[in-house]
Design a protein around this ligand. Structure first.
Ligand code: BMA
Length: 334
């Protein structure tokens, strides 16, 4: 008898226009997520000067979708651009990077911006990204309309990457995951949790989890904003192994405690997606799948995850939230 409880989504509205394709025939039992047949959805040259468009964030917006996209230009400068789509598949991305208005006069400028996440909290869309300020750290900003953007203080000190806000306050405080790092292509990395009363001052730092073995032996980092379910927060995260040819980026999932999210309830040992298709294995950085956004349909439990492929283009995978939660529990390594 199957004793696993079916996970229920908490705080998700129906999203009938979520990009979707039914599960194809012929998947193996462990294949919980499946790729969009027309991947990649965003090519590398979708703006006039982009070298590559990947590791990008998408949310429901008005009747369609909006997003913040990592566009490296042909000088290989990293920046983030706004974009809109009626269906989440065909995107119109601005040719110029977002011009943030600083919320305070003395905000230091950014040397670069990359790997954005976007989450709606209360009345606005918050953007988190890896911000260049004497090395990588966690940049924060917000928008109401994806046309005017405001930049706030950096959340944490360098060096840090993969800043990911929870979609609501927890225990009365804003909550952030991050991955302290070094200034280069960091060979280590654990996920930490921090709290803030005001999104400016952060503290009560807690360790969430670190690398283990196999696909997540070298370092890990949070992906899209955690998804609230009856079984805890569902967190998709990337994991890295070091092969004889360099880093290999896959992604998997864990469940975090609903009230104390630095406590890990379950963590799947196998990955969900690893670089296997040509567009994931061949590009500017081979063998990378890197999730930054997840659309969720509160009515059906469908998921659509946007992920960077080989640091070059953007792909989509689909699945069901209850099946992913069941997978995490079934293959729990804790
Ligand atoms: C990480 C980040 C990501 C990138 C990955 C693989 O350190 O820079 O933006 O996708 O490396 O190159």
């Amino acid at each position: 008898m199957n004793t696993l409880k079916k996970a229920k989504l908490i705080n998700f509205a129906p999203l009938p226009n979520i990009p979707w394709e039914d599960r194809p025939d012929g998947l193996r039992r462990g294949d919980i997520l499946w790729r969009y047949s027309k991947n990649p959805v965003i090519p590398r040259n979708a703006t006039t000067e982009s070298n590559s468009i990947f590791n990008s964030a998408v949310v429901p917006f008005r009747d369609g979708f909006a997003g913040v996209f990592r566009c490296d230009d042909t000088a290989r400068h990293m920046d983030i651009h706004a974009g809109f789509s009626p269906d989440g598949i065909s995107w119109s991305i601005a040719d110029h990077p977002i011009d943030f208005t600083p919320v305070t006069g003395d905000l230091p400028s950014s040397d670069y911006k990359y790997d954005p996440r976007v989450v709606f909290i209360d009345d606005r869309y918050y953007i988190q990204w890896c911000n260049g300020y004497n090395g990588p750290t966690i940049g924060l900003g917000y928008t109401h309309d994806f046309r005017t953007f405001y930049q706030m203080e950096n959340a944490l000190m360098p060096y840090n990457r993969n800043g990911v806000l929870f979609p609501r306050k927890i225990n009365g405080a804003y909550a952030l995951l991050s991955r302290p790092s070094d200034s280069g292509h960091t060979p280590f990395g654990d996920i930490f949790y921090s709290e803030s009363p005001d999104l400016v001052y952060w503290g009560r730092h807690r360790h969430v989890m670190g690398p283990t073995d196999g696909w997540q032996a070298t370092k890990i980092g949070a992906g899209p904003a955690p998804i609230e379910t009856s079984e805890g927060w569902l967190l998709f995260y990337h994991g890295v192994l070091t092969s004889c040819n360099g880093f290999v980026y896959s992604f998997g999932a864990a469940l975090l405690d609903s009230d104390d999210p630095w406590r890990v309830v379950a963590r799947a040992n196998p990955y969900l997606v690893s670089p296997q298709e040509t567009y994931e294995c061949v590009g500017d950085v081979p063998n990378v799948v890197f999730p930054c956004a997840c659309l969720v349909d509160g009515a059906t439990g469908r998921l659509a995850i946007y992920y960077g492929c080989a640091d070059t283009v953007t792909g989509l995978v689909f699945g069901y939230v209850d099946e992913v939660v069941e997978f995490v529990k079934k293959y729990n390594s804790l």
